[in-house]
Design a protein around this ligand. Structure first.
Ligand SMILES: Cc1ncc(C[n+]2csc(CCOP(=O)(O)OP(=O)(O)O)c2C)c(N)n1
Ligand code: SF4
Ligand SMILES: [Mg+2]
Length: 275
């Protein structure tokens, strides 16, 4: 059994999250993954942007950076370049990572730097009152889309895969034990890893879209989950509301900090006096 308290700043409790919010389930899944790998708290740096999800870093007693909106990956990249030995985990939201931070997200994936991103996708800007994010499903209501979002939403896992990530997976908080297994694999994987964790926000998304409370929204996530393997056998009309889960990418590719270290070593070798 994981001793969660060992990793938590209990003096920061109570959490800011609303009753029924799914964010705490992701936090616990992450701690189980870290515990199983056997990482020391000092070996981890957790970096976040701004949002309800990004508040996670404040509660975890590892090295933490709570940065500015959308910029978690830039700070995390700096940490990883300076300390490649560290396990760097970014916690972020769908808005933080794919709206204001979208540029950093695709380029960190393309660079394939060894950072694990745990992205809490609740389809909305939760913290600021429910504005539409690039993940808000078309037609769903938001504070900035009172008649329903007109724009199609990103498939965030597909975005990371297309940009070049080494490991990409999605799971919902309705299956927390699956979620921690995937986070563990993502942390162990060398290269850029994305775990897209689907979480309910009953307060700003749920109310506006009449989706019910946290339990009802979690049940809905469960009912709509279809594994990527099973989805491959189903016709498109059966997948209209489906949330595909599982591992989409698990590839071995050159990792950025290793390539950089090799380059520095080669250049130093070239510039040393002959003989
Ligand atoms: C530069 C800047 N622009 C806007 C904001 C306001 N802001 C704070 S959190 C947030 C959205 C967060 O959405 P998401 O990342 O999905 O996190 P959630 O709250 O849903 O977990 C915004 C727009 C800000 N803090 N800084
Ligand atoms: S507003 Fe939404 S995302 Fe933020 S804590 Fe409340 S339920 Fe969670
Ligand atoms: Mg969000």
């Amino acid at each position: 059994m994981t001793d969660y308290d060992k990793y938590l700043r209990l003096e920061k409790f109570p959490l800011i999250w609303c009753p029924g919010c799914g964010d705490g389930i992701v936090l616990k899944a992450m701690l189980r993954a870290v515990d199983r790998i056997g990482l020391d708290r000092n070996e981890i740096c957790m970096v976040s942007g701004i949002g309800c999800s990004s508040r996670t870093s404040g509660y975890v007693d590892v090295n933490t950076l709570h940065t500015t909106h959308g910029r978690a990956l830039t700070f995390a990249t700096g940490v990883k370049m300076a300390r490649p030995d560290m396990t760097v985990i970014v916690v972020t939201g769908d808005g933080d990572a794919t709206a204001i931070g979208g540029n950093h997200f695709i380029h960190a994936a393309r660079r394939n730097i060894d950072i694990t991103v745990v992205l809490y996708n609740n389809w909305i800007y939760g913290m600021t009152g429910g504005q539409a994010s690039p993940a808000t499903p078309r037609g769903d209501r938001a504070a900035t889309a009172p008649y329903g979002a007109l724009e199609p939403n990103f498939d965030i896992a597909a975005l990371a895969a297309g940009a070049g990530a080494s490991f990409v997976a999605r799971e919902t908080v309705a299956k927390p034990l699956m979620l921690d297994k995937l986070i563990e694999r993502a942390i162990r994987k060398k290269g850029f890893s994305l775990i897209e964790a689907m979480v309910p926000c009953p307060t700003t998304y749920g109310r506006r879209n009449k989706a019910g409370d946290g339990c009802a929204m979690t049940r809905d996530l469960k009912q709509r989950s279809v594994s990527a393997k099973k989805a491959a056998t189903l016709p498109p009309e059966k997948l209209e509301r489906a949330i595909l889960t599982g591992v989409f990418v698990d590839a071995d590719k050159p990792e950025f900090t290793e390539q950089y270290a090799r380059l520095v070593q080669d250049l130093n070798g070239q510039s040393s006096p002959a003989g």
